[in-house]
Design a protein around this ligand. Structure first.
Ligand SMILES: [Zn+2]
Length: 486
């Protein structure tokens, strides 16, 4: 849910007189590969006589039917919420709660053809819990409830996703932000899209921070021209034409501090429906891509599916004689309450459309349109500044230092040594932000593509010279021996 919806529901459910209360809302599904999220769409406030508040609050059937009718008209599902004023932590269902929700499961299904979503707010520490009723016998518990605003707040269902044990190598991390933050941050699933110089660095530092699962997505391979920036990639990687995600997984495993660390490689494109479904399985996405189509897809994901996207990049500017004039690097987090890439001027819809048509890779089109291919200059000494800026956004989003969340979009001017806060605001008529919480009903921006599938398949079927294969085998043996040291 958005932070705004969370605040509205919390305000209603936590009463000054300390009594329980009830509330209805609607939701849409956001369907990933392995995970489905229910995204809160709108709050249906009770009218006069819609509920009975007498110690144990209850819905009247009029209220539930009115909310179900509204959900049906909008093509959405029904949510029934109630509070446990004295409760703290993830709440289970009392016998009476169970019976009420089980009873209304039929109403929800009859009207909306979607399962009922039940939610509880614990009044003592304002944590949320949730479950979906796929039948009326017993609910399926959610793994987490996420509230997304410039601060990401997650309530975890400890039974389904237990707190990872703190390891000996994490002592200094935990002493920096406390065991509570570590318990939440380490359980976040973070996806890094684009494994170039910045993505590779970010992925390793997330693994070292103690996250239990980091995914990496890229369908490119390491080439010699990348070796000046992809720190940790070797000449053997370039000679073998190894995939960037394989290199990222190797480096993440060696940097990881979690007891059981899951490095997941996704050799695919975010602009493909398959790539988007994978991204929906994650809690935070870090965008390290410069292609406009990929950026448009990520921009949509942030608002439609409420998955915060941390984005940034670098642009270097040279004089005609080749000397460095200046450089700019940016970092910003795309969440409701902060401007999207389009409103920030960091996404050109026309370029994204050309990219989607494949024209940005078509030499004939490039020559015909009088365009020059982007030079994409970058130097390793500066790309660390971009990854540092993205990681600081990650810490602001997940750990809220000083009680504050992510800043306004930031921009560092290299020649002037100035860090600027962008004055850009969220666009009132922005097509991306307008689709906030639309989830599976979002405007489709992805296309099934054969090009990256062919690239990946060709790479996998390539035969390597014996000498390189022998080196790769010895490298693997060495890595395995080192990992046994842990
Ligand atoms: Zn916008």
């Amino acid at each position: 849910m958005t932070g705004e919806a969370e605040a509205a529901m919390r305000e209603h459910l936590i009463r000054e007189d300390g009594q329980e209360d009830v509330l209805a809302a609607t939701y849409t599904f956001s369907t990933g590969n392995e995970r489905t999220s229910a995204v809160i769409r709108s709050v249906v406030l009770p009218g006069n006589g819609d509920r009975l508040v007498h110690g144990n609050a209850s819905f009247t059937s009029n209220y539930v039917i009115r909310a179900a009718t509204e959900a049906k008209a909008r093509g959405e599902g029904l949510v029934l919420l109630h509070s446990h004023p004295g409760g703290s932590g993830w709440q289970l269902l009392s016998g009476m709660d169970h019976n009420t929700e089980s009873e209304y499961e039929r109403v929800a299904r009859g009207f909306t053809k979607m399962p009922l979503l039940g939610m509880t707010l614990a009044g003592h520490d304002t944590t949320w819990s949730a479950r979906l009723w796929f039948d009326r016998i017993k609910p399926t518990w959610a793994e987490s409830v996420r509230s997304v605003s410039p601060k990401l707040s997650v309530t975890w269902n400890n039974a389904l996703r237990p707190v990872p044990a703190v390891t000996a190598s994490q002592v200094r991390t935990v002493s920096a932000w406390g065991p509570r933050s570590q318990a939440s941050i380490s359980r976040l699933r973070v996806l890094v899209v684009g494994c170039g110089s910045v993505g590779l660095d970010v992925a390793q530092r997330l693994a070292a921070t103690g996250l239990a699962q980091v995914g990496v997505m890229d369908f490119d391979a390491v080439e010699t021209v990348n070796l000046d920036r992809m720190i940790g990639a070797t000449r053997l990687d370039a000679a073998l034409g190894r995939s960037k995600v394989a290199v990222a997984v190797r480096l993440m495993k060696s940097a990881a501090t979690a007891k059981s660390f899951k490095a997941v490689s996704h050799e695919m494109s975010i602009t493909d429906p398959e790539g988007l479904r994978v991204a929906i399985d994650y809690d935070i996405v870090i965008s390290c891509v410069d292609r406009p189509w990929a950026r448009a897809v990520l921009n949509s994901l942030a608002y439609a599916d409420l998955i915060p996207v941390i984005d940034g990049g670098i642009a270097l500017d040279t004089f005609p004689d080749g000397r460095l004039r200046s450089g700019i690097w940016r970092s910003h987090t795309l969440v409701p309450g902060r401007p999207c890439m389009l409103c920030l001027g960091q996404l050109d819809v026309g370029e994204a459309a050309l990219d989607r048509q494949g024209l940005l890779d078509d030499p004939k089109y490039i020559a015909g349109a009088g365009r020059t291919e982007p030079t994409r200059q970058n130097v390793a000494a500066l790309s660390a500044s971009v990854s540092a800026a993205l990681l600081a956004q990650f810490v602001s989003l997940a750990a809220h230092p000083g009680g504050r969340g992510v800043p306004a979009p930031l921009r560092y001017m290299l020649a002037h040594h100035e860090l600027e806060h962008s004055p850009a605001t969220t666009g009132a008529h922005c097509p991306y932000e307008y689709e906030t919480t639309s989830a599976d009903n979002r405007t489709p921006l992805t296309d099934h593509q054969d090009a990256w599938r062919r690239t990946v398949a060709e790479r996998k079927s390539r035969r390597m010279p014996l000498r390189l294969r022998a080196l790769a085998v010895s490298e693997q043996m060495l890595m395995r021996a080192i990992s046994r040291l842990h």
